[in-house]
Design a protein around this ligand. Structure first.
Ligand code: ZN
Length: 269
């Protein structure tokens, strides 16, 4: 790398401050020049539209990947569960298998962020599902913030479901009653998801919402239960929300005034 052509006075100051902070000069410079905007969570459409059976919106995977490299969602016609990890989108259809996704594929609901975790913990103690949720509760400093949560590691047990492709306008809660479930034992894999405060329940699924995909990126779905054995948990707080409001006729003319809390609770847990 070329040496930085800084005025001597600035160069001396930088050297002094970097030494005092125990950092490299370039590290300190990057930190000072960091103009990255605060992370935001992009939600492509309010989740209550999905709950009311609006399973087609015009948001493409191309759009989604411009907004983030990490997250979850579903696909048009409710055709499976979406997992986004390291900028790759996986479609986990109702047969429990992963399929490749093209940039033109569309989604009625997806949540993504640029994942830049600020904390990582390695957990070596086997936990049951309640123990895992309690651990999350200890790791997140405030329940009024949005958080992105990534898990990688080995699980003694994972139970998922994947929604089956649907015609529009069937309420989500009805569809969810027929969803196939899958069980995995002694499985290695990753989970991507979020904590969403309860008061945002018409925007995104409130509480912890995670999607699982195995290490081979072949199987997975919406997480119903997990018993981790050895995992790394990476967390990012997200202080902003960027909510898309679809321009489809269905969305513009839908009645979204109903409180969908109970439906969501049944459909997602
Ligand atoms: Zn889900």
């Amino acid at each position: 790398m070329e040496p930085l052509d800084l005025p001597p006075e600035l160069r001396r100051k930088l050297t002094r401050q970097a030494r005092a902070a125990g950092q490299s000069e370039i590290g300190l410079l990057e930190q000072l020049l960091d103009t990255t905007p605060a992370a935001s969570l992009y939600v492509s459409a309010p989740v209550n539209a999905l709950v009311e059976g609006l399973y087609r919106e015009d948001t493409t995977i191309r759009d989604i990947l411009q907004r983030g490299d990490f997250g979850l969602g579903t696909f048009n016609d409710l055709d499976g569960e979406m997992v986004v990890l390291d900028g790759t989108v996986y479609q986990l259809r109702s047969d429990g298998q992963a399929y490749a996704v093209t940039p033109d594929t569309r989604t009625p609901f997806a949540c993504v962020t640029r994942f830049r975790p600020w904390s990582e913990e390695v957990i070596d103690t086997p936990l049951d599902h309640a123990g895992l949720l309690a651990l999350f509760d200890r790791l997140i400093p405030s329940h009024n913030m949005l958080y992105a949560i990534r898990l990688d590691g080995v699980f003694d047990y994972v139970r998922t479901r994947s929604v089956p492709r649907q015609d529009a306008y069937r309420p989500l809660v009805e569809v969810a009653r027929e969803q196939p479930e899958y069980e995995f034992e002694d499985v290695e894999g990753s989970m991507a998801g979020f904590w969403t405060p309860d008061f945002m329940q018409s925007v995104a699924v409130p509480g912890y919402h995670l999607h699982f995909v195995d290490a081979a990126r072949q199987h997975g779905g919406h997480l119903l239960e997990a018993r981790p054995r050895h995992i790394r948990i990476a967390l990012q707080h997200i202080p902003r929300l960027d909510l898309g409001l679809p321009m489809t006729l269905d969305y513009l003319t839908a009645d979204l005034s109903r409180d969908t809390r109970d439906d969501l609770d049944e459909a997602e847990h």
